[in-house]
Design a protein. Structure first.
Length: 231
């Protein structure tokens, strides 16, 4: 039941389960209260609050996430989330595609299509992610090679596909780091293994999609061509 509602792009599984428990969902005219009720997508008629539901058009948008926001639909500690950037805009339900931690910023995708999101985040077939990272020291060739060769941290092998120096000053530098996959806090953990601290971390591209001139805290809808290029 909740899986079908989510696949239709109508809401998250958590939201769907809540609607079922509240008695707002009916299948073929009968109100259901069991979230495990079987539903045949395309055959059974699903209604939410008396309104027949059909799959909505796929929507994908990109946000330039500011630092300090949590990438989640709802935070138990009542911290501000990325959804605050949407304000009071009327739009279909969308969920983050992957995540950026609270201290990170930059390109974050949202969609109402869970299957498309799974393809984009798949570590084997999904697009690479590009980050600009300010570190607290000047890098040498040993560090750059080490980041690409990788290290094992807590049983997981962490590495970068490529690392290059963007610019450097007297005490710190900016690196461009490309990842094939995005493990939780991967760049921070990888750099910490080399005793390097992150001063600032921005995701600037996902595959061929670049952040460009999108202002901080603003968002835009992707074109069909951009969506297809990602997955």
């Amino acid at each position: 039941m909740v899986r079908v509602i989510s696949k239709l792009g109508l809401g998250s599984r958590t939201q769907a389960a809540q609607w079922v428990r509240e008695g707002r969902v009916s299948v073929n005219g009968t109100v259901v209260h069991d979230t495990e009720t079987p539903v045949r997508q395309g055959l059974d008629r699903v209604e939410i609050a008396g309104q027949a539901q059909a799959a909505v058009d796929r929507l994908v948008l990109m946000l330039n996430k500011p630092r300090g926001l949590i990438t989640t639909t709802r935070d138990e500690q009542d911290r501000e989330t990325v959804y605050s950037c949407f304000g009071d805009e009327e739009m279909p339900w969308v969920a983050p595609v992957g995540r950026l931690d609270k201290a990170s910023e930059g390109l974050l995708l949202f969609t109402n299509d869970p299957a498309w999101a799974a393809r984009v985040t798949d570590p084997e077939t999904g697009p690479a992610k590009t980050y600009h990272v300010q570190i607290d020291r000047l890098p040498d060739e040993t560090l750059l090679q080490g980041l690409q060769q990788g290290v094992t941290v807590d049983g997981a092998h962490l590495s970068a596909r490529s690392v290059s120096v963007l610019r450097q000053g007297g005490r710190n530098a900016w690196l461009e780091i490309v990842l094939e996959e995005g493990r939780n806090r991967q760049i921070r953990r990888l750099l910490a293994a080399f005793e390097v601290s992150v001063l600032r971390l921005m995701r600037v591209a996902i595959g061929p999609l670049v952040m460009g001139e999108l202002p901080k805290g603003k968002w835009r809808i992707l074109t069909d061509a951009e969506i297809d290029a990602l997955g």
